[in-house]
Design a protein around this ligand. Structure first.
Ligand code: BYC
Ligand code: FE
Ligand code: FE
Length: 476
């Protein structure tokens, strides 16, 4: 197990101390990163001490360092999982050959593009979440937000390391550009759609970490299959951190649902107006938020049929989810894959498997998304209510791919635009929904206390009690 070098100004397990050129490149980027973090990162908690997990080696689930630290003192570092001895390429034209420790000239552009797209999402999410600290429903949740934020910041470092180390001057320019595009900026937006959407409140944050961080899980897992070994090892480590982000989403939504059920029992009504009047989030609103975040996240997979995806796969740059566990030839030149298409009324059509890789990854994602929904429904059922949250049809509300030009209802009916628009506010959060949820967003700063719209977590973090002082507001 590689130990991290904390003596270097940039904690790392990639022998930075022996690479002065790379150290110089990273150190000249660092001040831009730090000023970006101050301006675009979490707002208003400069003086707070936050109980954070910091990696001491890549085995973060077993032995991390935990302690209170200022967010600005967090030590972002560069960590790769240990090399897998004799690793060979798992898929595509070069299947079976040794993996690459450097970037082959002919794949320089597509690899750089993949790394830039991945890297761009990381600071984007920090920007989207920067105002949420002001309305945290508890200091337990505030800590969770900040843990996610520092790790997304670290994920940017992870991609910038690859750019600086393997892509020379182009890489350094891309690293700089990562701090110049901003979420929602009309002139220089982030690259992918979902990362330009606002995250206006904590229900949106929990849905984002459930659905959008989960796209991260699937994209990172696919990049972890890459023939470019440093990218693979980087992504393997990022995936270990990602697990906690999705935990925040799963348990966050579950706690909202639990509290709503508790309130419905107390007031003896399930009517959304009554639930709202009692200060909880009615389940139909939860469903509308779910619909929105699930569908913008589906868009992140790209077009269902994509020649880009075919090229990435054949070249060995990006595999499928858990490539090596799939029972086929891993080359796919002759294979077919069933893809749900809007033509002729939402039927499956056999397509060349190489073209359909984005759809296949979406399939794996959809299956994974269903698990949390099941958990949330169990909470509703346990509380004795007859309401089921569901994932809407995959063609609903889509703006990328072959459902872009059709109108599909959440239960999978093709309708015309007018019919769809007429019911939009039943299916997606309306201005009134956002305005209502906003009224509940009042910060709660006393250890162990929760805002009225969310249940306490079942346990604290890292064995600490729920009422632990996860964030100390005044400088110690
Ligand atoms: N918005 O063949 P197509 C995470 C573009 S999340 C805007 O359909 P392809 C995280 C596309 O770039 C994981 N544009 O797509 C989560 C292309 O443009 P060009 C992020 C889009 O290339 C939470 C054109 O449309 N990582 O880590 O097969 C918090 C047609 O391309 C969108 C990755 O995505 C969109 N949604 O697939 C923090 C992995 N979708 O080339 C972090 C790297 C597509 O014509 N990226 N376009 O100019 C990829 O693997 C692929 O680029 C994509 C797209 C899967 C995103
Ligand atoms: Fe990330
Ligand atoms: Fe994440």
């Amino acid at each position: 197990m590689t130990t991290i070098d904390y003596n270097h100004r940039i904690p790392n397990n990639v022998d930075l101390a022996d690479d002065r050129k790379l150290t110089r490149a990273l150190e000249s980027w660092m001040p831009s990163f730090e000023s970006w973090w101050r301006e675009m990162g979490p707002q208003g908690f400069e003086a707070a001490d936050v109980y954070l997990r910091t990696a001491v080696n890549t085995n973060i689930h077993r032995e991390s360092a935990w302690g209170h630290a200022k967010l600005t003192d967090y030590r972002w570092g560069i960590f790769l999982t240990d090399p897998e001895p004799d690793r060979v390429i798992s898929h595509g034209e070069f299947k079976g050959q040794p993996v690459w420790q450097d970037v082959p000239g002919e794949f320089r552009n597509p690899l750089r593009r993949l790394i830039v797209i991945q890297g761009d999402t990381e600071p984007a999410s920090v920007e989207q979440q920067r105002h949420l600290g002001a309305t945290a429903p508890s200091i337990y949740d505030l800590r969770g937000l900040f843990q996610v934020n520092v790790e997304e910041g670290r994920h940017l470092w992870a991609m910038v390391y690859l750019l600086d180390r393997f892509f020379g001057r182009d890489g350094r320019e891309e690293a700089q550009a990562m701090l110049e595009r901003h979420s929602g900026d009309p002139d220089r937006p982030r690259i992918l759609g979902a990362f330009n959407e606002p995250t206006p409140d904590w229900l949106a944050f929990f849905m984002f970490t459930y659905f959008t961080d989960r796209d991260g899980k699937f994209q990172l897992a696919s990049l972890a299959e890459s023939a470019f070994d440093p990218l693979s090892r980087t992504c393997h480590f990022m995936l270990r951190e990602e697990a906690h982000h999705m935990f925040i989403g799963t348990t966050g939504v579950e706690r909202v649902v639990q509290r709503t059920c508790e309130v419905m029992r107390e007031i003896g009504s399930e009517h959304p107006e009554d639930v709202r009047a009692a200060g909880a989030i009615d389940l139909p609103t939860v469903q509308r938020y779910l619909n929105f975040h699930y569908t913008v996240s589906l868009d992140l997979f790209g077009a269902e049929l994509s020649s880009n995806a075919a090229t990435y796969f054949s070249a060995g740059l990006k595999g499928r989810f858990r490539e090596t566990t799939i029972d086929d030839d891993h080359v796919l030149t002759d294979a077919l894959y069933p893809v749900l298409t809007p033509n002729g009324g939402l039927a499956e059509k056999e397509e060349p498997a190489l073209q359909a890789l984005n759809a296949a990854l979406q399939d794996a994602y959809i299956e994974d998304c269903a698990k949390g929904v099941k958990k949330w429904n169990r909470a509703i059922e346990t509380a004795g209510f007859d309401f089921e949250l569901t994932l809407p049809h995959r063609g609903f509300n889509r703006h990328v791919g072959h459902f872009t030009d059709v109108h599909v209802t959440p239960d999978g009916q093709l309708v015309d635009e007018a019919a769809w628009e007429a019911r939009r506010d039943e299916w997606l959060p309306s201005e009134a929904d956002f305005a209502f949820v906003k009224t509940l967003m009042v910060p709660v700063a006393e250890p162990g206390k929760m805002a009225g719209w969310i249940a306490p977590p079942a346990t604290g973090i890292n064995g600490q009690p729920v009422d632990y002082e996860y964030v100390r507001m005044t400088a110690a």
